[in-house]
Ligand binder design. Structure first.
Ligand code: UD1
Length: 429
């Protein structure tokens, strides 16, 4: 096992290429199952989750070919998923347990083969995370759902229909959107998630021959077609990676140019809160320049919300930043229960945070102090890295497999901008 070792207090400065978005890449790869000929995806990040999903897609019968050429710090990989024949319609427990997003094969398999058997994902570090909304939506468009031995079996010919989501779900919107593309009739999806990753998926599906209208809105209309065809698509930049590095710049009193397309739009909710905290953003030819305007970070009141609100995936990183604010901040988590796992670890670094239900009150302190820390999920781990970059002394972040799931070349990227950060063997675990 390895750990990340950070010697804090070094100002970050320079240019940081933003990788392709993990949360866009995963559903896009699943969409590859919908066409018999290949879907070529550019700008896929090199991440553990991408490899995990690739092995599941291979198990289901797809052929995956990689173009690894020219992998430097800013370049993603090109991957072609060719699913001429589906060999299996089962996503086993071992895969789904490793990565919840595996449930996104359900929609494509069901639509293409008339059957999908997918392990129920169970709980995870950030809460219960059920899939009831996915299943109800499949029933709404004609599928039969059976639960047995920890697996869900969805079957039947999809007819289309109206799906009304009682709450906004990114994964359920993606799953039903993919399935609806090959249904016999028209599907209306109401209260659909509007996250930019959904727009990315819908745009790619259209390039594959799908008929979708209302893209980018909360009402999607899909007219089913007989089959989808080959296409090429470039994955959007990772708005959460970009937001995390923005926080890194502010916490170290630095200045970073984030390189990526369309960042002001995809980062909407994040930028709004960070501006209130005193960050200044300037659009550049290649991306977005960010720095802290005033001497100290200004305290804020933030509530996590679906897009275009402040994203839950930035909550832990924002909290790390607010430990150093002038006065106090309040952050409320409305999307996932149990997503304050970083709080005790930040407090071990000297932070002053009190949690009451889904609300955390953070009183700003003068400085954080380095410490050995560990976290139980991806974004919580990143909040500890950010705290370590600003802290006095040395911080060791353990259990870094979480970070490997979602931050491409974290150590190299931060190191190239002046952070004193390395990956070392962890003899304690
Ligand atoms: C996706 C993202 C994740 C992000 C989340 C919210 C990926 C791979 N993951 O997760 O990083 O934090 O969106 O932006 O893209 N819910 C139900 N029943 C369901 C489905 C969801 O009750 O069937 C609830 C969840 O427990 C949660 C809320 O709906 O409280 C939103 O979850 P959802 O948007 O579905 O998250 P994911 O798609 O799993």
């Amino acid at each position: 096992m390895e750990k990340i070792v950070i010697k804090g207090g070094h100002r970050l400065e320079g240019q940081l290429p933003i990788s392709g978005a993990k949360n866009a890449a995963l559903p896009l790869m699943c969409a590859g199952l919908l066409a018999k000929d290949g879907l070529t995806l550019h700008n896929l990040p090199h991440l553990a989750d991408i490899k995990t999903l690739a092995s599941l897609l291979t198990e289901l019968g797809s052929t995956i070919s990689y173009d690894e050429e020219g992998w430097d710090i800013g370049s993603g990989q090109t991957v072609t998923i060719a699913a001429s024949h589906i060999a299996s319609t089962t996503a086993p427990y071992d895969m789904v347990r490793k990565m919840r997003a595996s449930i996104l094969v359900l929609g494509p398999l069901l639509a293409r083969e008339g059957e999908a058997i997918v392990s129920l994902p169970g709980g995870c570090a950030i809460g219960n995370r059920p899939i009831d909304l996915h299943l109800k939506a499949f029933e709404d468009i004609g599928a039969t759902i059976e639960l047995k031995d920890g697996y869900v079996r969805a079957s039947g010919k999809l007819t289309g229909g109206t799906v009304h989501f009682p709450i906004v779900s990114v994964g359920a919107t993606e799953n039903i959107l993919m399935a609806a593309c090959l249904a016999d009739g028209i599907t209306i999806i109401e209260n659909a998630a509007k996250e930019p990753e959904i727009t990315d998926l819908a745009t790619c599906l259209v390039a594959m021959g799908a008929k979708i209208s209302g893209i980018g809105t909360s009402r999607l209309e899909v007219e089913g077609v007989n089959e989808l065809h080959a296409a090429e698509y470039t994955v959007m930049p990772d708005r959460i990676e970009a937001g995390s590095y923005t926080v890194a710049a502010a916490m170290t009193g630095g200045e970073l140019e984030l390189l990526g397309d369309n960042l002001p739009y995809v980062m909407t909710g994040t930028l709004e809160i960070l501006k209130q905290a005193g960050l200044v953003f300037t659009e550049t030819e290649r991306g977005l320049l960010t720095r802290l305007g005033p001497e100290k970070i200004i305290g804020i009141n933030a509530v996590t919300q679906p897009f275009p609100g402040f994203p839950t995936d930035m909550q832990a990183q924002l909290m790390a930043m607010m430990t150093l604010c002038d006065g106090a901040s309040v952050i409320t988590e409305t999307i996932f229960e149990n997503r304050f796992m970083h709080v005790p670890e930040l407090c071990r670094m000297g932070a002053d945070i009190t949690v009451n239900g889904s609300t955390a009150t953070i009183r700003g302190i003068e400085k954080l102090l380095g410490a050995p820390v560990m976290a139980t999920d991806l974004r919580a781990s990143m909040s500890l890295v950010l705290a370590g970059l600003a802290a006095e002394g040395v911080t060791e972040v353990k259990r870094i497999y979480h970070l490997d799931r979602g931050y491409e070349r974290l150590v190299q990227k931060l190191g190239s901008c002046g952070a004193k950060i390395s990956r070392e063997k962890d003899n304690d675990i």
